[in-house]
Design a binder for this molecule. Structure first.
Ligand code: FES
Length: 149
């Protein structure tokens, strides 16, 4: 192996792969794991942190038990997704990309769930709920809150 290859720093693909691996294992990016990974890869912590903060798909906080993805794609937006997002924020007492204090729900906005015919739509843990109203949200949230027990 040539010296240049031996001391070559990992490229951005390797950095992203490492971040995805940590996320898969923990569900988020714990600070201790990021530090440990940077040491093991022989790269500056800043290189990992730079990638981790650039991509919105990475998070530094543990996600809630149930992940709510509310769609704000064109079809859902036209059919009132903004008021649904506002309603969810109010009902859960959190903002977008936050987790409820009891750790039950994490709320995220997405561009399209691929269920435009059901607009406005959201998914919880991958299960799509469509043609939503603010009233329907109460029932859906109650179902997932019950499932917690
Ligand atoms: S725009 Fe909402 S599911 Fe496609």
């Amino acid at each position: 192996m040539l010296p240049a290859q031996k001391y070559r720093k990992p490229d951005s693909g390797a950095v992203l792969a490492a971040l995805h691996q940590i996320t898969e294992q923990f569900g988020y990016l714990p600070q201790d794991e990021i530090r440990k990974t940077a040491r093991e890869m022989g790269i500056p912590l800043a290189q990992l942190m730079s990638a981790a903060t650039f991509y919105a798909s990475f998070t530094f906080k543990p996600a809630g038990k149930h992940k709510i993805h509310i769609c704000d794609g064109t079809a859902c937006h036209v059919k009132g997704s903004t008021s649904l997002m506002d309603g969810l924020k109010q009902k859960l007492g959190i903002g977008e990309n936050e987790t409820t204090q009891d750790g039950n729900f994490t709320l995220k906005g997405v561009r399209c769930l691929g269920s435009c015919g059901l607009a406005p739509a959201l998914s919880i843990d991958g299960e799509t709920h469509g043609r939503l109203t603010l009233e329907a949200l109460d029932k859906i949230l109650a179902e997932y809150s019950e499932a917690k027990r």
